[in-house]
Design a protein around this ligand. Structure first.
Ligand code: NAI
Ligand code: AKG
Length: 428
């Protein structure tokens, strides 16, 4: 790993935790290292397009409720914009703007031909019926029919959404264009053009990049313990794939609470429990309950935040004991924590690298839809793992070259690619 003895990067300064400010403070540091010209800087610091929609939906009780939704296109210089759709009661515009920019950087880090976008609807899907969610998804799709498109803007799942919502989106969009448009969305059910390997892709990429970092840090699989925050798509697949590799998962958590077992949690049992209990770990008996905040500072070697933004802050960073943090979630570390983590010598595989396996296999799904041909699971896994390993190595070498953290190195790699593309394409 890059030496962490001297903190050379200008310390990001932010007043309060805001994912957009966190994203911008890292962007600023990387832009300075690269000597990014003012024009490109100004283009990249603001999203290309921000759409706010108000969607009337008839609820099961017959009343009409109006939901606020967003789609932010950060940048499309590398290709059509790509990024998930989040259903959560805490969605807000600055968050979606940050998530959209992270998609631009993420796609550039793994070198796939996409720009970045993100969408979201302020709603609590856990309190809505399937019918209400379907009507809301279809109305959101109709409202954004001129934004979405297989060569324009291609959504995918994020928190609170999955193959079911992507199927409704694909169906509704297809109606508006009068033909089946599989490639307008990824993360679809297999039967309607989804790719083998997409469901587990993000967790798999987290696992692959974690193992790559462990090699650099000389950490042995059989001696390594892990705590994972979040047990949804990303957290549970990361846990399962790390467990299968022989890592000891000592702690897991979801919105219902956190659970600890010093001897290691049997992840197959935890997943079976979750599936049998409405998608939640609440009441899981294969471990003892622990304070959810303490999971982040627990006695483990690797910490995987795989839930929401800004859970690692200047307040808890001083107490983190893990030597490696692998970010499954987008933006789990607030910029205020960066200098503390760096000074402690903790290595961080940043979100825009660690969780990029998802969009990588989404890209494969889109390619397969355009080819009208299905790849085998082996083809998907082998190609995705290679992309993840190559991206990790490139970011790692960049961190050595400039003596910077892996996070800033990932931004440097991404911004450099985008800036070079602007130089060739011109246009402003
Ligand atoms: N699904 C995907 O392919 C990708 C997801 N991500 C990111 O990964 C993160 C998780 O996404 P998904 O797993 O898809 O969402 P999900 O909706 O499947 O699962 C979210 C999980 O986080 C838990 N959670 C929510 N708030 C929590 C809290 N305060 N403490 C502990 N657990 C909490 C939920 O209970 C649930 O287990 C998000 O940041 C998302 O943007 C990033 C790349 C791709
Ligand atoms: O699979 C995709 O296209 C995007 C996934 C996503 O939203 C993310 O990587 O944050």
């Amino acid at each position: 790993m890059a030496t962490h003895t001297v903190y050379k990067e200008p310390a990001p300064l932010i007043d309060r935790e805001n994912p957009l400010e966190s994203m911008m403070s890292r962007f600023n540091v990387a832009a300075e290292i690269l000597g990014l010209d003012e024009e490109t800087y100004n283009v990249l610091k603001t999203p290309d397009k921000q759409v706010i929609v108000h969607i009337p939906v008839t609820m099961d009780n017959g009343k009409v409720r109006v939901f606020e939704g967003y789609r932010v296109i950060h940048n499309t210089i590398l290709g059509p914009s790509k990024g998930g759709i989040r259903y959560d009661k805490n969605v807000y515009l600055d968050e979606v703007k940050a998530l959209a920019a992270w998609m631009t950087w993420k796609c550039a880090v793994v070198d796939i031909p996409y720009g970045g976008a993100k969408g979201g609807i302020i709603c609590d899907p856990t309190t809505m019926s399937a019918g209400e969610i379907e009507r809301m998804t279809r109305a959101y799709t109709l409202a954004l029919k001129d934004v979405f498109g297989p060569d324009r803007d291609i959504p995918a799942p994020d928190m609170g959404t999955g193959p079911r919502e992507m199927a409704w989106l694909m169906d509704e969009f297809s109606k508006t264009v009068g033909m089946t448009s599989s490639a307008v969305v990824t993360g679809k059910p297999l039967v309607m053009g989804g790719s083998l390997g997409r469901t587990e892709a993000t967790g798999r990429g987290v696992m692959v990049s974690c193992l790559a970092a462990m090699v650099k840090l000389d950490m042995k699989i059989e001696e390594t313990s892990v705590a994972i925050q979040g047990f949804g798509n990303v957290g549970s697949w990361t846990a399962k794939l790390m467990f299968d590799k022989g890592l000891k998962i000592k702690a897991v958590s979801d919105i219902s609470g956190a659970y600890w077992n010093a001897d290691g949690i049997n992840i197959d049992e935890a997943i079976a429990y979750k599936n049998a209990h409405g998608g939640r770990l609440e009441g899981f008996t294969g471990a003892v309950p622990m304070d959810p905040d303490e999971l982040l500072t627990s006695e483990v070697d690797v910490l995987v935040p795989a839930a929401v933004e800004d859970v690692i802050t200047e307040h808890n960073a001083p107490y983190i004991k893990a030597k490696l943090i692998v970010e499954g979630a987008n933006g789990p570390t607030a910029a205020s924590a960066d200098p503390i983590i760096y000074a402690k010598g903790i290595s961080v595989v940043p979100d825009i690298l660690a969780n990029s396996g998802g969009v990588t296999v989404s890209y494969f799904e889109w390619v397969q839809n355009k080819q009208g041909f299905k790849w085998t699971a082996e083809m998907v896994t082998e190609r995705a793992d290679r992309i993840m390993s190559d991206a990790f190595e490139k970011v790692y070498q960049t961190s050595l070259k400039y003596n910077i953290s892996l996070r800033i190195a990932a931004y440097v790699v991404a911004i450099d690619k985008v800036a070079q593309t602007y130089k060739f394409r011109g246009g402003f």
